[in-house]
Design a protein around this ligand. Sequence first.
Ligand code: CA
Length: 227
Amino acid sequence: MAIRILIVEDEKSIARGLAFNLRQEGYDVAVAHTGQEALERFGREPADLVLLDLMLPDMDGLAVCRSLRRESTVPILMVTARDREMDKVVGLEVGADDYITKPFGIPELLARVKAALRRASVPATGATPRLVAGGVVLDSDTHSVEVGGRPVVLRPKEFELLRALMSQPGRVWRREDLFAQVWSDVDFIERGTLDVHIRWLREKVEEDPGHPERIITIRGVGYKFVP
Ligand code: CA
């Protein structure tokens, strides 16, 4: 699956140029022209990296950055103008990973993008130490989970299941794939196991387990985690 990059840039010609060059490199590219659009888009289909222009018409790029950071650990590469030195400092403070100053060349951009992705890359086994989404914090190092700031105790398989779901917020998991991620393919004979664990998990991470808002059932397909 191609690495997905979300470009947030209001100047359409610049956005088009960036999208073209990133697609040439094999990235899957989405473009948002406003801060609001960026947040909506990211909520719908998370990206592997966000290229965020700080000068946006509707809201400050820093506010967009802060907002993304509340939901996700996605690498954020800020685009700043040369005369706005302060933005860099504040940008890094609110959670951006790196910045690039306009005007910049495509080779520099590609190098920064690759570096940010490399820093963020994690083994497929899901060794990301800390996942934050939808008011849930999952820490793999300490094997602990907090929901709305309150610690909850999970069984090992519940923990693995939540980690898989949270590692890709918004992804619709086929039941088989989710099962294979946490157990092993051959064990899928016991189909009820997944659903039982989902039910247990909801009792711990949902305000109202009967009406889940985080772990959602997609009928006929499987499950997804909504941040
Ligand atoms: Ca702009």
